[in-house]
Ligand binder design. Structure first.
Ligand code: SF4
Length: 248
């Protein structure tokens, strides 16, 4: 007899005993007694057994387990060229979660998110609204491995990797999400619109407010984008400053 069969039998026996007791109690107070012979206790017990957990399943994982799955992942071709996976980092629960498209060369070399030139620039954006990855922000990417030559991640790579991010969002529990760049915005919001069209308004992902803006690397290349980014950051800050929206 397997362990599960033994549990089913034990549960079924306990259920039958319980119904017998109810039966006797109801008989004492004059209600129509239950008829145990009409109940399939084995079937009932099977529905009560806890679900078997698949060690490869993302659902139900904690952050450490999720990171372990990512570190050992080979679900897409980016696993063949990476030096390190880049899981993400910051504070949990986060007031703000920043999501970019994928690791660059320095991130791939260090295993840390947004540590190159664009990352330092992102840190300065966060500082401008009194936030940081050390105090209240969590930072992650759509794909956890670097696309070669910093190309955009391809659709099959995004599809393979985005379940990790979605579980990460559940665990990080941000009050608001800031998507930086078109790749991240299109992947999470499931749209083909670019940031130019998406920015300036609020979206929702699983009930969490979402703002899209330009990627810091793009702004470094094109300083004219600084002003719209600042408008978007002010939107995020204003949302978090509203007492009904923010945890302190
Ligand atoms: S990019 Fe994501 S899906 Fe692809 S190998 Fe890396 S962790 Fe796995």
């Amino acid at each position: 007899m397997t362990a599960d069969q033994a549990k089913v039998e034990a549960l079924a026996y306990a259920l039958k005993q319980f119904v017998d007791v109810c039966d006797e109690a109801e008989a004492l107070v004059g209600e129509k007694p239950l008829t145990p012979s009409e109940v399939d206790f084995q079937a009932l017990a099977r529905t009560m057994l806890p679900q078997t957990i698949d060690p490869q399943s993302i659902q139900g994982t904690g952050l450490k387990q999720l990171q372990h799955l990512v570190e050992n992942c080979s679900k897409c071709k980016l696993s063949g060229t990476r030096s390190h996976t880049v899981f993400g980092e910051g504070v949990i629960p986060a007031r703000l979660m920043v999501i970019g498209e994928g690791p660059g060369a320095e991130e791939d070399a260090t295993g840390r998110a947004f540590v190159g030139k664009a990352g330092k620039y992102l840190d300065s954006w966060l500082g401008a609204i009194s936030m940081s990855r050390e105090t209240n922000v969590y930072i992650a990417n759509i794909v956890k491995c670097r696309p070669p030559e910093n190309r955009n991640p391809e659709s099959d790579e995004i599809s393979a990797c985005i379940p990790y991010l979605k579980r990460q969002i559940q665990l990080v529990k941000p009050q608001i999400i800031l998507l930086v760049g078109s790749v991240a915005s299109q992947a999470l919001l499931e749209t083909t619109d670019g940031v130019g069209k998406l920015r300036g308004r609020f979206f929702r992902y699983e009930g969490i407010p979402v703002v899209a803006t330009y990627h810091p690397a793009g702004v470094l290349r094109n300083p004219e984008l600084k002003r719209p980014v600042w408008e978007d950051l002010k939107k995020v800050a204003a949302y978090l400053a509203t007492p009904l929206n923010g945890r302190s």
